[in-house]
Write a protein that binds this ligand. Structure first.
Ligand code: HAM
Length: 420
């Protein structure tokens, strides 16, 4: 047990860490192209924040949160998603008083007590953005375009973008009444979860995976067919903007999303190749959330989050290779104690000149040092022994071409600078 990480968590070892760095850097780069700046919020928040934003009746709040009471008797939860904390921070730091919109991005671990499987963990990571302060559909289009460009730039060109409108409080209330009437008539065929959802949050019934429910609800009414003129206009404009950018999308009426704060636009980006955990990105508009959490009235917002584990899995399944940028420039093979001692000056000179350099730490034989140098893919190797020290010269070997040159020890840095 001591040597096993908790279920649903994973170590990211050097074998993979460079891949994480690559996608994180790419995400930062794309966010910056679109004018989004980084926001870092705490890993834990008051439990109430998630109850009020994600929603009391959602699976996340009811079943999946890592909640505890701290030593000061506060109810605390490890963040199950990034939006709530960012909106809280937006209010607390009065970012709404700056020129709007406020465009933020984040990279954060999240925690959900779910059944682990490929692409689904208990500690996972989200790359997200939140754009606050405009209710215009042009911002929705920008948010989706950013996600699409990011996926394209990491080599994923064929992901499906699905959009939907989940209405606003005005049209949702009317639709919910209609939906409830429909579901009441089907009460005898609904699963237990749907029976509960029917009264608390009827739209979530659409998300049910139970085959009996699916079979019996084929004519279920969808929100997008009942949206008001304002929501319709918003949804149509968004589609016009997406078409203008040649972004392929489909309208998927079944998207309801598992979090309660969504209004109007909801969207998902799906990959077909990681089994049931195919949603690599989910997002939508959350007008009203800022006010609901105690901020000023009328501040809208929209954003998305990409699951980093799912992103990397999808890239792997699409045979997208990420090159490990780290390679040792030079390995110094030393023979004897004096050479080892003297090699430290050379190592220091190399490293301060930003040439990556390593030496032996296990008192290996010369042969074994060469083997190690091969293993770490050192571009150059140099051997230093008593003779080399006495003559101030050594042999520098290019490991890929096997070319060797004799060189003064004091000139190695200069020589390597021209060759690397
Ligand atoms: P979400 O759909 O709950 O939305 O999560 C976003 C993404 O996080 C999912 O599409 C998935 O890729 C990843 N994800 C979720 N749960 C797990 C898990 N257990 N293991 C691995 N990956 C997971 C949100 O969280 C919203 N806050 C997104 C948003 C931002 N909406 C507006 N702004």
């Amino acid at each position: 047990m001591l040597t096993k990480a908790p279920r649903g968590t994973k170590d990211i070892t050097p074998k993979d860490a460079y891949k994480w760095n690559y996608v994180e850097n790419k995400f930062r780069e794309i966010c910056s192209l679109f004018g989004y700046e980084e926001m870092r919020t705490p890993i834990f928040e008051h439990t109430e924040l998630f109850k009020r934003s994600v929603g009391d009746t959602t699976d996340i709040v009811q079943k999946e949160m890592y909640s505890f009471t701290d030593k000061g008797e506060r109810d605390i939860t490890l963040k199950p998603e990034g939006t709530a904390g960012v909106v809280r921070a937006f209010i607390e730091n009065k970012l709404y008083a700056d020129t709007q919109p406020t465009k933020l991005f984040y990279i954060t671990p999240c925690f959900r007590y779910e059944r682990p499987q490929a692409g689904r963990q208990r500690q996972f990571h989200q790359f997200g953005i939140e754009a606050l302060g405009s209710d215009k559909p042009s911002l929705d289009a920008e948010v989706i375009a950013l996600a699409v460009q990011f996926f394209n730039e990491v080599g994923l060109k064929d992901l499906a973008v699905s959009i939907n409108s989940v209405g606003c409080p005005t049209c949702r209330a009317e639709y919910n009444a209609k939906l409830k009437e429909y579901l009441d008539a089907k009460s005898d065929v609904l699963c237990e979860t749907c029976l509960e959802r029917k009264d608390k949050n009827p739209m979530r019934v659409i998300d049910c995976k139970n085959p009996t429910c699916k079979e019996n609800l084929t004519d279920i009414p969808f929100m997008v067919d009942h949206i008001c003129d304002d929501c319709k206009d918003h949804f149509e404009k968004l589609q016009t903007y997406l078409k203008e950018m040649d972004i392929n999308f489909v309208v998927d009426k079944t998207i309801v999303r598992g979090l309660d704060y969504y209004k109007k636009t909801a969207f998902e980006i799906i990959s077909n190749d990681i089994g049931s955990q195919s949603t690599v990105c989910g997002g939508g508009r959350y007008d009203g959330l800022v006010e609901q959490l105690g901020g000023p009235k009328g501040v809208s917002g929209i954003g998305f989050a990409i699951g980093a584990e799912r992103l990397l899995l999808t890239m792997e399944n699409n045979n997208i290779e990420i090159e490990n940028p780290y390679a040792t420039d030079i390995f110094i093979v030393t023979i004897g104690d004096e050479a080892k001692t003297k090699s430290f000056k050379l190592l220091k000179d190399l490293r301060t000149n930003h040439i990556s350099a390593e030496n032996d730490h296990l008192d290996r034989s010369v042969k074994a040092q060469f083997k190690y140098s091969d293993k770490i893919n050192a571009k150059f190797t140099i051997v230093i022994g008593d003779d080399e020290l006495a003559n101030d010269t050594a042999t520098l070997k290019n490991m890929s071409t096997s070319e060797q040159i004799t060189i003064k020890l004091s000139e190695i840095v200069k020589e390597l600078k021209t060759r690397l």
